[in-house]
Design a protein around this ligand. Sequence first.
Ligand code: PLP
Length: 381
Amino acid sequence: KVYADYAATTPVKPIVTEKITEILSEHYGNPSSIHSIGRDGRKYLDQSRREIATLLGANPNEVIFTSGATESNNTAIKGIARKRKHLGKHIITSRIEHHSVLHVFEELEREGFEVSYINVNDEGLVDLDELKQAINPETTLVSIMLVNNEVGTVQPLYEIAEILEEQNIAFHVDAVQAIGHMPIEFDEMPIDLLSMTAHKFGGPKGIGALLVKKGIQLDTFIQGGEQELKRRAGTENVPYICGMASALAVANEHMDENNVHLMNLKEKLIVGLQQHAIPFELNGSMVDTTGHITNLYFPFIEVETMLTLLDMANIYVSSGSACTAGSTLPSHVLEAMYGEHERVKQSVRFSFSDLTTEEEINYIVDAIMKIYNQFKEEENE
Ligand code: PLP
């Protein structure tokens, strides 16, 4: 079996499962209870908050725990837009964001906000001139992702920040696919809010965080108790928060060696396909990219057929983001990059992790070669 869909989700690392089990059974106190069992729970919560803050170069007070990046993105975007609506009702994002960003912007549009959706080039890089032009005195928020989840393109975050400089525009970054792959120094970075989710780097699903720079005010999204400095109500998921901290520690510790490994796998996949003369093209960039995501266009086969044939060969990949893969909607990311082209329906996302081996890449190349040969035979019949 070859799992190559790590951008959709990763298996939980054994050390993380151990940590979660320990907290679940031995440190079950509610951090808001004032007795000693509650204080014990609080101790583990605070410790994990400090750990995560340190690993991301942030202050512990800047970390809000959420149920994942979908909630973080919703909180950040709605929270800023609504808090600042007396300053202006114009907000900006890109065309290739995850649906948990794009659908929020669409909702705000229905609420009366004006939205600019910035285009990207054929490598998936946002058009900086268009961004510059889009900004007006009413602009209060820009939300642009760091690493695209379908094609792996890395956005020029510092150049974007330079454009926004000294204009009192909040800059939110969905960094889900960057965590564990790129060093994050939140306090040093010219951004105001950052979203992340644990299950993309060996942690459990349903837990994440929103980092918010000191001084940035948000409308509260979930009302109730006074947890998370009154910014997100609800009893904290202490076991999963501790699990996320340990997953992040492992991911950060091995980041450099993992990146070398992942770039090597990406190259091996591409070179392997070339050596077998299989027609394909890369969707995205070979330079502004992370190693863990490779999206390829195979001009001889529909993506659904390709996924089925790969599945039969026990290779598990997807056609783009998991939410889109469940339906037959063409990828909005590939559409933004290539327009209405057959490429949009004939592309496959391979995503790898430290667990992926060179043998697995060979197996994938072999399987695609067989699929291609079968296609050629059928064509000649
Ligand atoms: N943003 C990006 C770029 C993603 O890849 C994902 C993953 O699905 C999300 C947001 C949403 O994360 P979650 O489903 O954990 O809320």
